[in-house]
Design a protein. Structure first.
Length: 570
């Protein structure tokens, strides 16, 4: 028996391995900051989603990173909605994002913020820049601003309005706020350098006119801050120490630095890391929205979607996603992660926690001719061989059972270890049976029923059960089986990298198969929504949100890595 000292050694070793997995360049920066007492030794991060869609697995990586850093350094983490575009934002998205963060196991406590909380302060900051001669009201249209901006090889051109007086700019900006001008007619731009090699510094727009009602501020504002203007100042207001962003914001960092330096306010440190790219998946929020709106999927929480709500509905656990985030780590180099790694993390987690049950997806009736009529045996079945504490359950066995249609071949290929005429297999937890007859549909020729005999001396677990056969298959008792619908999900795209303009042509037409005649063992009558199981030999499955009392619907979460039975595909 393992003593307490051995237990502690194992726990210490596991902690050491976990720390090595999580080690990355961001932690090295924070460690250096702690040594120099930068930010007073504090670590304060934030997760700042825009409420214009549902979060996906890439956001989950960022959530785990930001909240994980705060946890590991005894710091704080905020949840802040960058709600600066009321035309695309909805309360539905706000609520779904909060649900996703909590489901992943993280808590922002009392630190729930919105960029809209700071609209008054941001306006005052903008006025400060105008008074310093660092911002001006511009009458160019959006298309004209793009034309004046220049290219990577050619400098931009100054706006005709760039040299307006401070007094005129203050007056026009105030009138913009009061709603005197139509949408798109004027903007407020920062005055930096139209010849800068960094296009983000070529007088970027800070405010645009948008007569739209905001979900939190109503009709108070008809000018709204651009993301680049609101983002850095919001971090500053919240006293964020380490502002963790993805690499596409690396070129924006000089702009964020310029804003806080011109204003003379608290300066967070921005650190960029590579975003998550996943094979057989699209991660663009725009493309995910298109899938939903064009009804290629059944909503944001469709189990084929890479959204957190879709993964949750499919049967993923928060532990598996956190494990995935730890395993892939963070770096500065763009790369694409094989979706198989995400699936492996899920298997590792479910293998330890999911109860084993028997289910038949494509039933074939099997009659045991020499089994007594009316007799029902209660056989002992193991709930999870990985966790003895999960115990056992009773499974009813009777004269007629269902097996998988694929577990019988009338003319089997070589190395086929399942049932065929004259061949013996073991029924899991039960007896060895032998196929002695095959009944077919007279018109289609399809096998509709098998006739078998059983060896009563081969009951599993009995002293006489030592006789071995090559194959073991699962089953359910016909008299006790529950009807169920099973949705078999596959990858949404056939291509490893579904990019380009014709990305929708790469969608997998067989990404969903609905099986309506499935049979499952009676223990599943009490299964609740989101309960997860391993259907023996078939994979891991989850009770779908559509399930009702007496009407069970299961999603296939992920296939098995391998099987305990000796099975080979024909």
């Amino acid at each position: 028996m393992m003593n307490m000292e051995d237990n502690k050694k194992q726990e210490d070793k596991k902690s050491e391995i976990d720390l090595k997995i999580r080690a990355n360049f961001i932690r090295e920066i924070i460690d250096d900051d702690s040594k120099t007492n930068k930010f007073g030794g504090k670590v304060h991060t934030r997760f700042p989603p825009e409420p214009n869609g549902y979060l996906h697995i890439g956001h989950a990586k960022s959530i785990c990173l930001n909240f994980g850093l705060a946890r590991d350094y005894n710091g704080l983490a905020n949840l802040r909605f960058d709600d600066t575009n009321p035309a695309k934002e909805e309360q539905e998205y706000v609520e779904s994002i909060q649900q996703d963060v909590r489901w992943l196991g993280f808590d922002w406590e009392d630190r729930l913020y919105y960029a809209s909380d700071y609209f008054d302060q941001l306006y005052d900051y903008a006025v400060q820049l105008i008074k310093k001669g660092k911002a001006y009201v511009c009458d160019l249209s959006a298309d004209q601003i793009r034309q004046f901006r220049g290219t990577f090889t050619e400098p931009g051109k100054n706006s005709p309005d760039r040299d307006r007086s401070i007094e005129e700019n203050l007056d026009l900006f105030e009138r913009m706020r009061k709603g005197e001008f139509p949408d798109g007619s004027r903007t407020l731009r920062s005055k930096i350098d139209m010849a800068s090699p960094n296009l983000n510094l070529r007088d970027p727009v800070m405010y645009r006119i948008l007569h739209a009602s905001h979900q939190r501020t109503g009709d108070k504002w008809c000018i709204y801050p651009m993301y680049d203007w609101a983002h850095g100042q919001s971090d500053s207001i919240e006293k964020i120490t380490h502002s963790i962003c993805t690499l596409e914001f690396e070129d924006h960092r000089p702009l964020y630095d310029w804003f806080v330096e011109q204003l003379g306010i608290y300066h967070p440190q921005q650190i960029e890391f590579a975003r998550l790219n996943l094979t057989y998946t699209v991660m663009s929020k725009r493309r995910l929205l298109q899938l939903v709106e064009d009804r290629h999927v059944n909503g944001w929480n469709d189990p084929r979607m890479p959204t957190i709500s879709g993964l949750r509905r499919r049967g993923y656990t928060p532990e598996s996603i956190r494990l995935f985030a730890d395993r892939i780590g963070v770096s500065k180099s763009e790369s694409t992660v094989d979706v198989a790694l995400l699936e492996d993390c899920l298997r590792d987690d479910l293998n330890k926690r999911a109860s084993r049950v028997m289910a038949v997806l494509r039933p074939l009736r099997l009659v045991i001719e020499n089994y007594p009529e009316g007799v029902v045996e209660e056989l002992e079945a193991i709930n999870n061989p990985e966790d003895p504490a999960m115990g056992t359950r009773k499974v009813p066995f009777s004269k007629i059972v269902y097996i998988e249609h694929d577990d019988f071949r009338e003319n089997p290929p070589k190395k086929y270890f399942r049932l065929s005429p004259g061949v013996e297999v073991r029924l899991r937890y039960a007896y060895i049976i032998k196929c002695v007859g095959v009944i077919k549909d007279p018109q289609s020729g399809e096998v509709t029923e098998l006739r078998c005999t059983y060896d009563s001396e081969t009951k599993s677990g009995s002293p006489q059960s030592a006789r071995k056969v090559k194959g073991t298959i699962h089953w359910v008792s016909a008299a006790h089986a529950l009807d169920a619908e099973v949705r078999v999900y596959d990858r949404l795209f056939m291509a490893e990298n579904p990019g380009g303009e014709n990305w929708k042509e790469l969608m997998n037409p067989n990404s969903l198969q609905v099986l309506t005649k499935c049979k499952v063992e009676p223990s599943l009558a009490k299964a609740k929504i989101q309960d997860r199981f391993q259907f023996e030999r078939l994979g891991y499955f989850c009770v779908d949100d559509d399930s009702r009392e007496g009407d069970k619907v299961f999603n296939r979460t992920v296939t098995l890595r391998d099987t305990w039975a000796k099975i080979e595909k024909a």
